[in-house]
Design a protein around this ligand. Structure first.
Ligand code: ADP
Length: 525
């Protein structure tokens, strides 16, 4: 399509009533209409939907929108149909339709009425649909929640993995993939699986400057939460627990303590769930105590706190769940309780899973531990996880976390950093943190033996300090961009440019670290 002739701002106003594009929406839409493949990484609430809805509405033919949840599809379809004066420009094709309804949808597409067709990946796989879609005019394909493609995402769907082959069968049209999960690993996986290595990538910052992050040791957790909620009386908040039983128990405990709280989990019947959700949205209940089943698609702008009774299984989940606070830009307090024993429980649970799932699960947990135990800016740590380098002094929201407000005493570890970097370089940048720690502290492992690391000068050089000390050096060196974790092997440490400067003696940076918090946690119990 020749985009020069289109006044996108006028179309935005006409369909959505907005007078300005948000962020990079306009460039994204222009490039998509120009026939380019596009990859959009934007936090929740960034305005991703409009990036495919608007071009779909003004393009010839039907845009296929792949979306993982039937419930979400329905909301979106209703929303789009509310936009246009033409009746029914958006439809769904999924297992919830009967034969007559399916035929109606197909007829609408053939007649050129349907601008957006929402499909679940498992429906798209069906041969009859592929054959049908092959023979109608398709404008482009949008893949929403594209992180579902990756096992490293928080919501892996095996059906998403075959999408590329199916799309190729249907039409040779541009593809736009969108997600709010932006770890470099997931990003890489999505692009490879969809054959979108040459796509234009639009990434917006994942920094939520109005959120305050705090981690507390999980001691007297019930009391602590009750006290916190009483200090925030009348404000909306969510308390996440890992188990349904805990949700029930804790909701009751809050009620007994005079908090207007309700439980929410997938074990409750549909009616109760909807009722509790609505009461929360309508402000008849202040607090919802929930499992992770609560939240997808919930858009309550004035949630003032999100509490994690149990630490989540991955930093993505943590980010998504805490992200439900302060959507309106106002206060949003994110408080999580951490106990290394909870991690052990989750690890045991993973031990029963198939190998690949287990490995991934453990790596994700490792990042959670790193985050919970770090003494550096939480925002810096979290954003690093999403591939962003954040300035903990001048960055937006720099002071908004426990560690930044109450900085731990720091120790100059520049020499130790240099030694570690040199060692990694000399040994050929082949090892992961765990093996490097064995090497530094002089403990034999399968890896140290097979590479004969016992015979190097590095074996045991750091014996006088604890494992945790060296772990923090490596962790913080990674987060501060002296080391890079290799994406392919997920975890092998490589020297960055900044790290190379330290090795060459060109760097004037002072590298400081604090005593590891894990130690303090163990003592506080
Ligand atoms: P995402 O899918 O990235 O989570 P949404 O597409 O749901 O985000 O958009 C988040 C909110 O921003 C919605 O309420 C939407 O109507 C609004 N929005 C999107 N684009 C604009 C815009 N250009 N101007 C004003 N509001 C917008």
């Amino acid at each position: 399509m020749d985009t020069k002739d289109i006044n996108l701002s006028a179309e935005l106003k006409k369909y959505f009533g907005f007078s300005k594009f948000k962020g990079q929406q306009e460039q994204i839409i222009t490039e998509l209409l120009d026939g380019k493949d596009i990859f959009v990484l934007m936090p929740t609430g960034g305005g991703k939907s409009l990036c495919y809805q608007l071009p779909a509405l003004i393009s010839e033919g039907t845009a296929i929108v792949v979306s993982p949840l039937i419930a979400l599809m329905k909301n979106q379809v209703d929303a789009v149909n509310g936009l246009s004066s033409d009746e029914g420009v958006a439809h769904v094709l999924n297992s919830s339709l009967n034969k007559t309804q399916t035929k109606q949808v197909m007829d609408d597409i053939t007649a050129g009425k349907t601008k957006l067709l929402y499909v679940a990946p498992e429906s798209l796989i069906k041969e009859e649909y592929v054959d049908f879609l092959k023979n109608v005019k398709i404008s482009f394909v949008a893949i929403d929640e594209a992180h579902c493609i990756s096992e490293w995402g928080h919501d892996f769907r095996p059906e998403y993995r075959n999408l590329k082959g199916i799309i190729d069968k249907i039409a040779d049209v541009p593809v736009i993939a969108l997600t709010a999960t932006a770890t470099p690993k997931v990003q890489d996986d999505i692009q490879k699986t969809l054959g979108m290595n040459n796509a234009l990538v639009y990434k917006e910052s994942f920094n939520r400057a109005n959120l305050f992050y705090e981690i507390r040791p999980k001691v007297n957790v019930d009391k602590e939460i009750v006290r916190f909620i009483n200090q925030h009386k009348g404000k909306s908040g969510i308390v996440y627990c890992l188990s349904r039983r805990k949700v029930e128990e804790f909701a009751q405990l809050l009620q007994v303590n005079g908090v207007n709280a309700l439980p929410y989990h997938a074990g409750l019947d549909q009616k109760t769930r909807v009722l509790h959700q609505d009461k929360f949205l309508m402000e008849e209940a202040d607090v919802i105590v929930a499992t992770i089943a609560f939240g997808m698609g919930i858009d309550k702008p004035d949630v003032r706190f999100v509490i994690h009774y149990d630490i989540p299984k991955s930093l993505e989940s943590y980010y998504q769940e805490t992200g439900r606070a302060g959507r309106d830009g106002g206060e949003g307090y994110c408080l999580a309780f951490y106990d290394p024993k909870d991690i052990e429980k989750l690890e045991k649970f993973l031990a029963q899973k198939p190998v690949s799932e287990r490995e991934i699960g453990l790596q994700l947990l490792n990042e959670v531990v790193g985050y919970a135990e770090t003494s550096m800016s939480r925002r810096q740590y979290l954003l690093y996880y999403f591939g962003e380098i954040f300035d903990p002094v001048k960055g937006e929201g720099a002071l908004m976390c426990d560690n930044s407000q109450n900085p731990p005493t720091l120790k100059d570890a520049t020499k130790d950093l240099k030694k570690v970097l040199e060692m990694i370089k000399v040994l050929g940048e082949k090892f992961k943190t765990k093996d490097l720690i064995s090497l530094i502290t002089g403990k034999e492992s399968a890896v140290t033996k097979s590479y004969k690391l016992e015979q190097t000068e590095y074996f045991g050089f750091g014996k006088s300090e604890s494992d945790n000390y060296w772990k923090s050096i490596i962790r913080q060196a990674t987060v501060q961009d002296y080391l890079k974790k290799d994406i392919e092997t997920y975890g092998v440490l490589k020297i960055s440019e900044k790290g190379q400067d330290v090795i060459n003696g060109k760097s004037k940076n002072i590298f400081q670290i604090a005593e590891d918090r894990e130690y303090n946690l163990a003592q506080s119990k």
